[in-house]
Design a protein around this ligand. Sequence first.
Ligand code: HSE
Length: 332
Amino acid sequence: MKTVRCSIIGFGAIGQGVAEVLLMKKEYLENMGLDVRVIAVVDSKGATLSPEGVNLADCLARKREKGTVALEKITGLEVIKSIDHELVIETTPTNIETGGAGLQNMLAAFEKGLDVVTSNKGPLTLNYRDLVETAKAAGSKFRFEATVGGSMPVINFAKEVLAGNNIRSVKGILNGTCNYILTRMLEERASYTDILAESMELGIAETDPTYDVEGIDTACKLVILANAIFGLDTTYGDVDVTGITKITPEALEMAYENGHVIKLIGEVSRDRIHVAPRLVPINHPLAVGGTLNVASLDTELAGEITVTGRGAGSVETASAILSDLVSIYREQ
Ligand code: HSE
């Protein structure tokens, strides 16, 4: 049995989803020869620590009851720097302007040669090349499937499942909040501001939902896809961005009468990265509704391949984190 000591840095919806999934999958992981032992769970107020492995059920209960998991006053960065372990699961809130704590946490982890699995888009949007090269130089594994499309596989799908195929483009819906808003605007004939509050109740919008509706979140995900799948060296400034704030219920209705829906479509190829509302025929594979995400990959050998799934959510995003974790240590 291989013991993988890991920390969960960030214990919001996704970090808690990871804890739930690790509890659910304990036996599955053990059958695979992996004893995944969480030695630290950290939130913004402090941490629960145990070299033998914390009790994840207690951590979840404490978080629910007290709003924090903290029993000791120590930060994520201090945990990474001072406690022996192999894997950092980085799930702190994303910051796409500075990279936030996530960027510092990842760099500190690589400095110690630790592996990192993350759902945190900000650091990858800003410093993709630097992070990947630092990880490589340190011999650290670095995986981030959960940053794009939540549970919907797209990065590992393109790089591993479709290995050998030249991917010409990836296009699709990469923001569940916008998809929900556009779907509901058509159903209710309501304005985007009316539906925005409703969409925020789903708990998948960014802390500042402007990032969703102005297309910024989609643009960040396209940057990650451009760099990870196409090997480009892009940042946010390379993306043409138009959001959904000018879409009216009348426009949606008119499109529908003509057999189309309006969707916020992101598209990346070697030549161009852009996000904008586009008309999609009602029966087209990209015309998924509600909070779903979808990605269509134009491949050299296999034509179009489309995947769809839940692009956000606690356990859903944790499913991508689990698969990254398994890929790293199963390989070893
Ligand atoms: N705000 C994002 C969305 C969350 O609505 O898709 C997942 O990245």
